[in-house]
Write a protein that binds this ligand. Structure first.
Ligand code: UD1
Ligand code: CA
Length: 469
């Protein structure tokens, strides 16, 4: 989606409010929805508008909020302006005035309203047209607390805040969403005229409507029906409700693409998920960061998959935890992972690899057909094709100061309960006897056994208890 308007668009995000009802040390706009801070959702949407700039009004928790906003990687130029103290939404936007050019249309958003869609804002901007005041509105069955859209016939005359409204005005179901698009030049002039003579003693941004009417500037309402897009977060309950609603929408989008979710109500995506054809996902799975699932991939119940690429036909059995973090994890075609497997950053598994229960793999490459089926650790290892890695075996990759690599060449069999003390290489086709602690590299084809020799004492008599005196 992109914007092609004859005027530049600048975004103002109000994010100075306290969020008392979250009862959290974390500022409200940094609370996460689908794994992303609320205010970041708003900036991501702004970036989709091709906005020229964004000005974020910070106040409460500014020291925590601003580093996120100013971090590299923001898709658009963000400027932070502090509002101290917080004297209302009009006062908030007044703080942005020095940072706003005169030639743009300003889209005013709230940092705690995360799910507004870019196409909705584009329609609002189109309604503004560069010379009108455009308000995003919605009808609520229970409009309590919201600013009411007062009309005279069709024409919008004012927004009256709930606390200032007459009984008759309180019957109005159409409310202001908190989002508007307004030419910067007009906005600046109107902001200069605000006062705080109202029930709350605040500078109301919404008073710009009456100035527009007085100045003969048309006020247009763009009314939508989708309440999620204007839903603000004030409490943990609202955050959880919006999270579920958002996840359900995402789940439906995937099902419409053909992904088979066992239960869309038990699906959580906190990042980006790409699915090829015929992917099946059982209940209670969480996807984080960048995840890609190839054709026919099956993900069992209760898996967490983060930053990984799962190739065609691979099966991730229940209770598997995969987190590629920065290095990523890749799982090859037809591989079988889990149940209860853990794949950590840098695990690169080839085709038809089997990783079974209670096996942990970190920063290791396993070639086609390698298997580690039970209770094992592979860290900093290079594992060849068809290797069989026995139950309870580990690579001792860390000497307390440095990490070292273990190389297990093709067709090696490692018995159960072995310790491979890195750096060490097990030569191709070799076998390591169960219970061995291997400290020296072995030759191809060799059988290596490194453990105490078994002693058996024939007809040994166990000590007996002394008879009681
Ligand atoms: C506002 C609107 C109301 C609308 C409602 C929609 C005004 C006067 N009223 O009401 O018409 O129906 O939103 O949710 O604008 N903020 C600041 N600094 C301040 C005050 C607020 O940054 O001094 C921020 C808040 O953090 C929040 C946003 O502005 O992100 C909206 O503030 P809020 O107090 O929720 O506005 P309402 O009174 O609910
Ligand atoms: Ca509010």
């Amino acid at each position: 989606m992109s914007l092609n308007t004859p005027f530049p668009v600048d975004v103002v995000v109000m994010a100075a409010g306290k969020g008392t009802r979250m009862k959290s040390r974390l500022p409200k706009v940094l609370q996460r929805l689908a794994g992303v801070p609320l205010v970041q959702h708003v900036l991501n949407t702004a970036a989709q508008l091709n906005a020229r700039s964004a000005v974020v009004i910070t106040g409460h928790g500014a020291d925590q909020v601003e580093p996120l906003l100013l971090a590299s990687g923001q898709a658009l130029a963000v400027q932070c302006v502090r509002q101290e103290p917080q004297l209302g939404t009009g006062h908030a936007v007044q703080q942005a005035v020095p940072a706003l050019a005169d030639d743009g249309v300003v889209v005013i958003l709230s940092g705690d309203v995360p799910l507004t869609q870019a196409d909705t804002l584009l329609a609002l901007i189109a309604q503004c047209g560069g010379d009108k005041l455009a308000l995003l509105t919605i009808d609520f069955a229970d409009p309590t607390g919201y600013g009411r859209i007062v009309r005279d016939g069709d024409a919008v005359k004012a927004i009256v805040e709930h606390k200032d409204a007459t009984e008759a005005q309180r019957q109005i179901k159409e409310v202001y969403s908190g989002i508007m698009a307004v030419p910067a030049r007009l906005l600046k002039a109107w902001l200069a005229r605000l006062d705080n003579q109202n029930a709350q003693g605040e500078y109301y941004l919404t008073d710009v409507v009456k100035f527009a009417v007085a100045d003969g500037v048309p006020v247009v309402a763009h009314k939508i029906a989708d309440a999620l897009q204007v839903a603000g977060i004030n409490s943990p309950v609202q955050l959880a409700e919006l999270e579920r609603a958002h996840q359900l929408r995402q789940a439906h989008r995937f099902m419409e693409q053909g992904v088979r979710l066992k239960d869309p109500a038990r699906f959580d995506l906190r990042g980006q998920l790409d699915c090829a054809q015929d992917v099946e996902i059982d209940v209670n799975c969480i996807f984080e960061g960048q995840v890609s699932l190839g054709e026919g991939v099956k993900v069992g119940a209760n898996c967490v998959l983060a930053n990984c690429i799962i190739a065609t036909g691979a099966v991730i059995h229940p209770f598997t935890h995969i987190d590629g973090e920065k290095l990523g994890v890749s799982v090859g075609e037809g591989a079988l992972i889990g149940p209860f497997a853990r794949l950590r950053p840098g695990a690169q598994l080839g085709a038809e690899v089997h990783i079974g229960n209670f096996v942990e793999v970190k920063n290791s490459t396993l070639a086609k057909g390698a298997k580690a089926n039970h209770l094992a650790y592979l860290g900093d290892a290079t594992v060849g094709e068809r290797v069989n890695y026995g139950a309870g075996s580990i690579t001792a990759n860390y000497d307390g100061a440095n990490k070292h690599r273990t190389v297990i060449e093709a067709d090696v069999h490692i018995g159960s309960n072995c310790v491979l003390v890195a750096p060490v290489t097990i030569g191709a086709g070799g076998t390591v006897g169960g219970g061995s602690t291997i400290t020296k590299s072995t030759e191809p084809g060799a059988l290596s056994v490194a453990r105490g020799k078994q002693i058996s004492i024939a007809n040994w008599v166990r000590p007996a208890k002394k008879p009681k005196a």
